[in-house]
Ligand binder design. Structure first.
Ligand SMILES: NC(=O)c1ccc[n+]([C@@H]2O[C@H](COP(=O)([O-])OP(=O)(O)OC[C@H]3O[C@@H](n4cnc5c(N)ncnc54)[C@H](O)[C@@H]3O)[C@@H](O)[C@H]2O)c1
Length: 314
């Protein structure tokens, strides 16, 4: 019989969806999260409350930076999905030490706990921003990733490499997943779809970089979750996978789609992009497709509609 899956960052956007999918397929799930105030802890508490409807879900308010208390966190755990992180690119420029503490030191704590528990697979969340401005397009996992534009991707790249060192030293199976701009219900309030939706519903001003002439490979959360579960079920030593949709979308088109759904104009202010912002992201997803059948289903038009319907009904 399978053991428990530990999900770090369980109260967050992607974490709450991953927990839900694991529970729906019959797993026992232990979630940890410190309910960090980067955005509303009330939103995170609501995510946890919804998960607590499942008797196979348990939640522990716990900080991944903690030196102690891991033995009880990993008791009975045989797989880990490590999503807990500080995840804002621009915020990381102002708070590099906090990003290092959570994303690097915290990841080492998780890796050590994984070894202690003898887990058979650890999935580690990384980001498309490790590619920086990119030397080739679309981004493939074997491109250099040593020119991050902000502390956030630098800490994620460090976490990827530390995970490799744990694989070598301890035989830990790790699949690193580089997520590309994830959106959907419960999406992060600091990200573009949510800021635009706020503007459309409440008139707040939203900043659009470079007049919307930037591209992101927007990936709907259910596709990301399918990739996380696929990777979790497929230990292969140490591997890195892109999880994107595979279709870069112009930011100006995201604005246009949401404005059409709302039937009004967003209050958009455009500024030059800060140096920490990549101009264009796009995922080559053939490796994840070959190794665990990753096959994103949701187009940006459909995904933004699902997102907008959720947002407008809140
Ligand atoms: N959303 C995206 O587009 C995206 C893109 C690339 C990578 N990622 C990565 O995916 C993961 C999940 O991101 P998300 O968008 O769901 O963000 P999120 O902020 O909603 O979730 C992260 C969770 O981690 C928790 N956390 C932060 N510090 C912690 C600590 N010290 N101890 C325990 N928990 C802590 C937060 O409270 C939060 O609930 C992160 O690792 C992020 O870097 C996200």
């Amino acid at each position: 019989m399978s053991g428990t899956v530990l999900v770090t960052g369980a109260a967050g956007f992607i974490g709450s969806h991953v927990c839900e999918a694991l529970l729906a397929r019959g797993e026992t799930v232990a979630g940890i999260d410190n309910l960090d105030p980067y955005y509303s802890p009330a939103e995170k508490r609501a995510n946890v409350a919804a998960l607590q409807a499942w008797s196979r879900f348990s939640f522990h308010e716990f900080d991944v930076r903690n030196a102690d208390g891991w033995a009880s966190v990993v008791a009975g755990v045989d797989r880990i999905v490590h999503l807990a992180a500080l995840a804002g690119v621009r915020a990381s420029v102002d708070q590099p030490l906090e990003y290092v503490a959570v994303n690097v030191d915290g990841t080492v704590r998780v890796l050590a706990a994984a070894v202690q528990a003898g887990v058979r697979q650890l999935v580690l969340a990384s980001t498309s921003s490790v590619y920086g401005q990119g030397t080739a397009f679309p981004f493939r996992e074997d491109l250099p990733a040593d020119r991050p534009l902000a502390p956030y991707p630098a800490t994620k790249r460090a976490a990827e490499m530390l995970a490799y060192s744990y694989h070598v030293a301890h035989g830990l199976n790790v699949s690193v997943l580089r997520f590309f701009s994830v959106y959907g219900p419960r999406g992060r309030p600091d990200m573009m779809p949510r800021l635009l939706a706020e503007s459309l519903l409440h008139g707040s001003s939203v900043t659009l970089f470079s007049g919307g002439q930037m591209w992101r490979d927007w990936t709907y959360v259910s596709d990301i979750v399918a990739g996380v579960l696929g990777a979790l079920d497929t230990p292969r030593g140490y591997e890195i996978y892109n999880l994107g949709c595979g279709v870069p979308v112009l930011s100006a088109d995201v604005v246009r789609h949401l404005e059409r759904m709302a039937g009004r104009k967003a209050n958009v202010r455009t500024t030059p992009a800060p140096a920490s912002e990549v101009v264009r992201t796009g995922a080559d997803i053939s490796k994840a497709a070959a190794h665990f059948g990753y096959n994103p289903q949701i187009s940006v038009e459909t995904g933004l509609k699902l997102f907008w319907d959720w947002f407008a009904a809140r």
